[in-house]
Design a protein around this ligand. Structure first.
Ligand SMILES: *[C@@H]1O[C@H](CO)[C@@H](O)[C@H](O)[C@H]1NC(C)=O
Length: 133
């Protein structure tokens, strides 16, 4: 898909920033590193690249966000656009799957998605992202 140039800011007012060092954090001020390019790689799946850092938003298997120099499956996120005007992004690769026998569960039941979030503690819980140009 055609890239959309956007900034993502959390409802808590933090702008998502991808730094050249590989660090991902949220800033109250929007700077160059908060200018992002969001590209659909498949229906509902996006890659988020920092325009000035040249790095991709990525989540590792511990749920930690980093800015990756190279593109990998860790850079793919499930984008959900909500009617209230915000988006959520969750790792496509990693999620918490309930333990125990899977046979009795409908597919996806009890799973917990790992969302892209910047809340100061680096925890990967729900963040509602608003887009701006
Ligand atoms: C985000 O990370 C950058 C680069 O490491 C740092 O300079 C900046 O102070 C950090 N911002 C916040 C709000 O933590």
């Amino acid at each position: 898909g055609a890239p959309r140039r956007r900034k993502l800011y959390c409802a808590t007012k933090y702008h998502l920033q991808l730094h050249p060092s590989g660090r991902v954090n949220g800033s109250l001020e929007d700077g160059a590193y908060s200018i992002l390019e969001i590209t659909a790689v498949e229906v509902g799946i996006v890659a988020i690249k920092g325009v000035f850092s040249g790095r991709y938003l990525a989540m590792n298997k511990r749920g930690r966000l980093y800015a990756s120099e190279s593109y990998s499956a860790e850079c793919e996120f499930v984008e959900r656009m909500h009617e209230l005007g915000y988006n959520t992004y969750a790792s496509r690769l990693y999620r918490t799957v309930p333990s125990g026998p899977a046979a009795r569960r409908p597919p996806g039941a009890g799973e917990r998605l790992w969302y892209v979030s910047v809340n100061g503690k680096g925890r990967a819980d729900l963040c509602r992202w608003l887009c701006s140009n």
